[in-house]
Design a protein around this ligand. Structure first.
Ligand code: IPM
Ligand code: MG
Length: 358
């Protein structure tokens, strides 16, 4: 029996609802497979913790998390705490503290779900966005002076390092190589941003030389949005900076039917630190406590977590169960249905209990 230790950080808003659902589903996969178990420890960090303790997580939070095999994260953000405080105090503190430099965001149109793109056949959208997750526009460099005066100035500095860019390119090429189409698109804004983005172009070329079996092309980020809409089938894996990929992945999620299904993995590919798995959607203030949050993003995220733990059969079984339920069009309101979080969760658990035929 293999054992995996998981830290659960439900965080804020609907994060608590979807992580509860996700843990139920993960427990069901583990018991259906029968050859591994998951030992879950909950951490109550987030905005409520901040209001009580003046910080988003315990002072030694990273030390407490260090020994886990993975982190299952809900969402961060509330009306009571400014977003930049909550985000930097918890999620980015973990991403940067554990050097989770590769953020992986798969997009597919799951069975039963309709894309808002009239012309897109389901198979036209099968993408993975690789988001550089440790530097770029989210490096946290900059400052403000002369606050409140007319002369006030603020800088928000993007940092691109050769080490940081090279490792995300290698990661992206390696992932592209593992997929049937073996195609990687570099997305930048190197016509206007002539320093960091040109470094991205150059390093992309250098790394490409070591992956002759991966075909490549390049797109400026603005043009990438139109290509995603008009020629979705021409894309496979995309690699982009922290901010560009953040924006493109919301578009990708919407084109695949809903932000409520989009998963993500914040990886430290070398396994030197735990990696963190979370749905993309965030806290969703408008639906908190109504029991209608779509848990599919968190389930799909759970499948990424299982893959990372070295449980590919369990991950495939979970994806199969999710797709059985979407194919039956049991949808929460974000997908046009009337099902609750609990109903979708029960249906996925039931699908997991059915024997798998090889
Ligand atoms: C995401 C989210 C976050 C990000 C927000 C909550 C700051 O939009 O994971 O895409 O931009 O990293
Ligand atoms: Mg985002």
């Amino acid at each position: 029996m293999r054992h995996h230790r998981i830290a659960a950080i439900p965080g804020d808003g609907i994060g608590t609802e979807v992580i509860a659902a996700g843990l139920e589903v993960l427990a069901a996969v583990a018991s259906a497979q029968g050859d591994f178990d998951l030992d879950i420890t909950h951490f109550p960090w987030g905005s409520d913790y901040y209001l009580e303790h003046g910080r988003m997580m315990a002072d030694d939070g990273l030390d407490q998390l260090r020994g886990f095999d993975a982190i299952y994260f809900g969402a961060v953000g509330s009306r009571e705490v400014p977003d930049h405080v909550s985000l930097w105090g918890l999620r980015l503190a973990i991403c940067q503290g554990f050097d989770q430099y590769a953020n992986v965001r798969p997009t597919r149109i799951l069975p039963g779900i309709e894309s808002p793109l009239k012309l897109a056949r389901p198979e036209a959208i099968d993408w993975v966005i690789i988001r550089e997750n440790s530097e770029g526009e989210y490096s946290g460099q900059g400052g403000r002076s002369h606050r409140g005066h007319e002369s006030e100035v603020a800088t928000e500095v993007s940092i691109f390092t050769r080490t940081g860019v090279t490792r995300i390119m290698r990661f992206a090429f390696t992932l592209a190589r593992s997929r049937p189409r073996r195609h990687l698109t570099l997305i930048t804004k190197s016509n206007a941003q002539r320093h960091g983005m040109v470094l991205w172009d150059e390093i992309f070329q250098e790394v490409a030389a070591g992956f002759p079996d991966v075909s490549t092309d390049r797109e400026l980020v603005d043009a990438a949005t139109t290509r995603m809409v008009l020629k979705p089938g021409s894309l496979d894996v995309m690699v982009a900076t922290n901010l560009h990929a953040d924006i493109l992945s919301d578009l990708a999620a919407a084109l695949a039917g809903s932000l409520g299904i989009a998963p993500t993995a914040n990886l430290n590919p070398e396994h030197r630190f735990p990696s963190m798995f979370e749905p993309i959607h965030g806290s969703a203030f408008d639906i908190i406590g109504r029991g209608i949050a779509n848990p599919v993003a968190t389930f799909w995220t759970g499948a990424l977590l299982l893959e990372h733990l070295g449980e590919p059969r369990a991950a495939a079984r979970l994806m199969g169960a999710i797709e059985t339920v979407t194919a039956a069009r049991l949808f929460t309101p974000d997908l046009g249905g009337t099902a609750t979080t609990a109903e979708v969760t029960r249906a996925v658990v039931a699908a997991l209990r059915r024997p798998v035929h090889a």
